[in-house]
Design a protein around this ligand. Structure first.
Ligand code: COS
Length: 377
């Protein structure tokens, strides 16, 4: 498949690139030290990126998956944390867009555009890769639902205004017994834990959530009862495309940092880029980043055309996360001892990229999905 961006998409890319250079990149180190940046979040909203995935009729940018993939990749060149934050927000708001009633869309979509933050809550302390093993439970009552349980490692938790929570409604039915609910941050009985001290993407907020007899109205149910697992899996297909593009963005950032260093640092009387052993690293980095991009955009194009992209999205993320980690390590090696120092941004990128081989489907889960499909064909 030949991937060609439209003129509008090229403009979107240039806009996201400029915004990254001017607003995002200068704040990344601050976020690494201090956590979520509310001022930057406000600027992202004002620039229209929060609603990039929302149709124009609800006030959004009307973009598809290719468009959000472009933004995610550009943002990741300045900050993996911000790309993570945006991915979580788009994923959760997209769930309402694709599965909600018209009333739900009319209520929540303009809010997502205007800066209310959304989060997608699937993972629990005892159920990560085994997503169907969640224990949170929603019991139907006369006037709504009673939610109990907990979630862990939820991107945007602690800063989100709304959570899309996956819970068991009919445990005896396995994956067909899981449903999705819209939970506002001020719901009585919702306890939000302290921010996790993570190794990387430290500017993206992550907390534990506990649900203690939370009463939700009937309208809190998102989509059809029992369809929550499928909705979550379809959403993860999109998340994995974005993850692949984010890894391409982080990798390009790492390569560019290493390039600048290789130009300026000298050894044995010449710039270190003159040594072929070092120069060849850049050939591999460039080729692998290009391949990451192509896989990500092919899956995004399939999704936008209405096709199922489970296999291609999993393959794109598998390749991008595994290669991305290697690229960041290779780029760090160009810096020699300086690569270990916090004075150089490269050490942060090495920490940031690591999370992607776990988040939104571990490498092992992705290999299961890809090998299962390839071998059954
Ligand atoms: N799109 C649409 N439907 C899907 C789907 C997808 N991508 N993936 C699975 N389904 C459907 C299946 O077709 C099946 O439907 P039927 O029962 O009608 O046949 C149903 O969902 C259950 O699928 P399956 O039997 O494959 O479920 P498993 O419990 O075996 O789980 C894996 C499959 C391991 C792939 C899933 O649990 C997974 O992706 N785990 C990783 C979770 C993850 O990425 N977590 C990251 C944190 S969230 S940010």
């Amino acid at each position: 498949m030949l991937i060609q961006l439209t003129e509008e998409q090229k403009m979107l890319r240039d806009m996201a690139r400029e915004f990254t250079r001017n607003e995002i990149a200068p704040r990344d180190k601050w976020m690494d030290d201090n956590g979520f940046d509310w001022d930057l979040c406000k600027k992202i909203t004002e620039a229209g990126f929060m609603g990039a995935n929302i149709p124009e009729q609800y006030g959004g940018g009307g973009g598809g998956i290719v468009d959000t993939t472009i933004i995610a990749q550009e943002f990741a060149k300045g900050s993996a944390s911000i790309a993570t934050f945006m991915g979580g927000h788009w994923l959760a708001s997209n769930l309402i867009l694709e599965n909600g009633t018209e009333e739900q869309r009319q209520k929540y979509m303009p809010e997502a555009v205007s800066g209310k933050i959304f989060a997608f809550g699937l993972t629990e302390a005892g159920a990560g890769s085994d997503a169907a093993g969640i224990k949170s439970q929603a019991v139907e009552t006369e006037d709504g639902w009673l939610l109990n349980g907990s979630k862990a490692w939820i991107t945007n938790s602690g800063v989100a205004d709304y959570y899309i929570i996956l819970a068991m409604t009919d445990p005896e039915q396995g994956t067909a017994g899981i449903s999705a609910f819209i939970l506002p941050k001020d719901a009585e009985g919702l306890a939000v834990g302290k921010f996790e001290e993570k190794m990387g993407v430290r500017g993206s907020a992550t907390c534990e959530l506990a649900f203690n007899n939370i009463k939700l109205p009937k309208e809190a149910l998102l989509g059809v009862r029992g369809k929550g697992f499928k909705m979550a899996m379809q959403t993860l297909d999109i998340g994995r495309i974005s993850a692949a593009a984010v890894c391409a963005g982080i990798s390009e950032h790492a390569m560019n940092l290493a390039k600048a260093y290789a130009n300026e640092r000298t050894a044995f009387g010449k710039p270190i880029k003159a040594f072929q052993g070092l120069a060849f690293r850049f050939a591999d980095m460039y080729a692998e980043i290009k391949a990451m991009e192509l896989l990500a955009y092919e899956a995004a194009t399939t999704k936008d055309a209405g096709g199922r992209c489970t296999l291609d999205a999993a393959a794109a993320k598998l390749f991008a996360t595994e290669k991305g980690i290697q690229i960041c390590l290779q780029a760090q090696a160009v810096f020699g001892g300086n690569g270990m120092s916090k004075e150089y941004d490269i050490e942060r990128l090495v920490r940031d990229i690591r999370v992607w081989s776990v988040m939104e489907g571990s490498t092992e889960i992705l290999r299961m999905i890809v090998s299962g499909t390839v071998l059954s064909k």
